[in-house]
Design a protein around this ligand. Structure first.
Ligand code: GLN
Length: 477
C-alpha cells in the first residue's frame, strides 16, 4: 500500500483522487468487515464516497482541496456528533458533543473519519473480548484475537481498511494489537499528544498513538496529532531531537540474561526475536550492548496496582447522574448501584481492586509502594539511554492467542502486557514493528523503546532495519 505522504502528494498533483483513495479502503471493508467486525459504528460507504467526491469537485474547480484520506478512530476518542461508547453499555447512547484535540488536528490536516473501532470496555484488556458489544476477530486468522484494547483499530489496519488508525495505550493497548495484527504502532512520549477528548483510564499512563502500515505512516500521523494543548495541562511540545543519519553508529540495548528475559515467550516469538538480533548484529554501524533488563519485568505488578487505582477514580464520574445511562429507582443509592451494574466483569474487578488499593489502611501498602517503585523504574530506564540509543525487545510474549483462551484467567491475560507496561509507567516512547517468523502464520512484534522525547529518532533507528519487517496482508495468507 502506498504511504500516506505519497497519497497526499499524488492527490495534490492530480495523479490520484480522494474518491479513488476512499474506494480502495471501502473495498477492503466490504471484503473483511462482516467477518472481522473491527468497527462499532456502521460504515456508510455512500456518505464517505460523497465526502471524497465533494473534495475532488472542489479541487477541480479551485485547484485546492484537502486530500480526504480516511482514518479509523478508537471508540474512546471523541468525534463530534458520533457515538462514544468506550466499549461500555454505560455510554450506549452517548454522542460526542465535541472533537478530541487529536481529531480536530486530523480534520485540520484534511483527514476524514471512517468510523469508530471496537475496544475492551474502558480500554481494560488485551484482546478486545471485554467489549460490551461484540467480538473482533484477527484479520489474519479469524479464530484468534486481534489484541487489545485497541483491537478494532489494529484489525482494521490489519485488513487495510483505513489509511491509519488511532488507539490509546495505557499499558500496551496500541502496541499489542499492532503486534497481533502485523502492523506498526507508536506509543508516543507521555505528554507529547493531547489527551483532551480521550475517555480517561489511567491519566498518568494514557497516550493516544498512531497505528499504520509503515514507520513513515505512523511518524506522519504523530506529526499531525502531537503538540502542546491548552486543554490538557500534561501535554507539551518537544524540542527537535538530533536525528541519526542512516549510517551513524548506533547502540542497541538487548537483554543480558536472554533466557530469563524470554521466559514465558512462545516458539515463534523467540524465533522471530532471535532472527532480528541476528539481523541487527550483521547490520553495519549497529552495536548490540547487553543491558540488564530485569527491572523492566517489575512493571507488571506495579502497573496492575497503579492502573486500577487511577481507573477506579476516573470511572467514578459514570454514576448514572453525570454521564451516560441512568437506570432509575426509588433511592439515590439504588440508582447508583443499578446503573454501575451495567459495567462488565473486568471493569468491576478493576474498580474493586483500585478502590481497595486506595482505601485508608491499604493505600501505603499498595498505591504508595507501587508509586515509589514506579519512580525507581523511571530513574532506571532513563539511565539506560546513557549506554544505548534504543532498547529492542519483543512487543508481547506470544503471537495472537485464540478467542476465549484467556478469558477465564485474568492473570494469563495480564501477562500479555509483560513487555509493554514499563514503557507507560516511565513515560518513554515505544514503536512496534511486525515480523512473521518462519514457524508461524501469525506475526510477532519487535519493540523499540527510546529515551523521552526521542520519538522520531526511534522511528529513524527502526527504519535502518525496515527491510526485515513485513506487514502480512490477509489476502496473501
Ligand atoms: N492490557 C492492559 C490493561 O488491561 C493495557 C490496556 C491499555 O493499554 N488500555 O490494563
Amino acid at each position: 500500500m502506498k504511504s500516506i505522504s505519497c497519497w497526499v502528494n499524488d492527490i495534490a498533483s492530480g495523479k490520484a483522487t480522494s474518491t479513488e483513495a476512499m474506494q480502495s479502503v471501502l473495498d477492503r471493508v466490504a471484503r473483511y468487515e462482516s467477518q472481522v467486525k473491527a468497527f462499532l459504528s456502521q460504515i456508510d460507504p455512500t456518505c464517505l464516497l460523497e465526502q471524497a467526491r465533494t473534495l475532488d469537485d472542489l479541487r477541480d474547480k479551485t485547484g485546492q482541496a484537502s486530500h480526504g484520506l480516511p482514518i479509523a478512530i478508537k471508540d474512546n476518542i471523541s468525534v463530534t456528533g458520533q457515538p462514544l461508547t468506550a466499549g461500555s453499555k454505560m455510554l450506549e447512547h452517548f454522542v460526542s458533543p465535541y472533537d478530541a484535540t487529536v481529531v480536530q488536528k486530523l480534520r485540520d490536516h484534511g483527514f476524514l473519519f471512517m468510523g469508530k473501532t471496537n475496544l475492551d470496555e474502558w480500554a481494560f484488556g488485551s484482546s478486545t473480548e471485554h467489549s460490551a458489544y461484540h467480538l473482533t476477530h484477527n484479520p489474519l486468522d479469524f479464530d484468534h484475537v486481534p489484541g487489545g484494547s485497541s483491537g478494532g483499530s489494529g484489525a482494521v489496519m490489519g485488513y487495510r481498511g483505513a489509511f491509519g488508525a488511532l488507539g490509546s495505550d495505557t499499558g500496551g493497548s496500541i502496541r499489542l494489537p499492532a503486534s497481533y495484527c502485523g502492523i506498526y504502532a507508536l506509543k508516543p512520549t507521555y505528554g507529547r499528544v493531547s489527551r483532551f477528548g480521550l475517555i480517561a483510564f489511567g491519566s498518568s499512563l494514557d497516550q493516544i498513538g498512531p497505528m499504520g502500515l509503515s514507520i513513515d505512516d505512523v511518524a506522519y500521523l504523530l506529526h499531525v496529532i502531537e503538540g502542546n494543548d491548552s486543554l490538557d495541562e500534561t501535554s507539551r511540545s518537544f524540542d527537535a531531537v538530533e536525528t541519526v543519519s542512516s549510517d551513524a553508529a548506533i547502540k542497541i540495548g538487548v537483554p543480558a540474561h536472554m533466557n530469563n528475559f524470554l521466559d514465558g515467550c512462545d516458539g515463534p516469538t523467540r524465533e522471530g526475536y532471535e532472527n532480528f538480533l541476528n539481523h541487527m548484529s550483521k547490520t553495519q554501524g549497529v552495536e548490540l550492548v547487553s543491558v540488564d533488563l530485569s527491572p523492566l519485568m517489575s512493571g507488571l505488578p506495579i502497573y496492575y496496582v497503579i492502573a486500577p487505582c487511577e481507573a477506579s477514580s476516573n470511572l467514578s464520574r459514570f454514576d448514572g447522574i453525570r454521564y451516560g445511562e441512568r437506570l432509575t429507582d426509588s433511592t439515590l443509592t439504588e440508582v447508583y448501584s443499578k446503573t454501575r451494574a451495567l459495567m462488565g466483569q473486568e471493569a468491576k474487578l478493576r474498580v474493586l481492586v483500585g478502590t481497595f488499593c486506595l482505601s485508608a489502611g491499604h493505600k501505603e501498602a499498595f498505591y504508595q509502594k507501587a508509586s515509589d517503585l514506579r519512580n525507581k523504574l523511571s530513574g532506571w530506564i532513563h539511565d539506560q539511554f546513557d549506554v544505548c540509543d534504543a532498547i529492542v525487545i519483543p512487543t508481547t510474549p506470544t503471537v495472537a492467542f485464540k478467542l476465549g483462551e484467556r478469558m477465564d484467567d485474568p492473570i494469563a491475560m495480564y501477562k500479555s502486557d509483560a513487555y509493554t507496561v514499563a514503557v507507560n509507567l516511565t513515560g518513554v516512547p515505544a514503536l512496534s514493528c511486525p515480523h512473521v517468523p518462519q514457524s508461524s502464520k501469525l506475526p510477532i512484534g519487535i519493540q523499540f523503546i527510546g529515551a523521552q522525547g526521542h520519538d522520531y529518532r526511534l522511528c529513524e533507528i527502526a527504519k535502518r532495519f525496515e527491510s526485515f519487517f513485513v506487514s502480512p496482508d490477509p489476502d496473501k495468507e
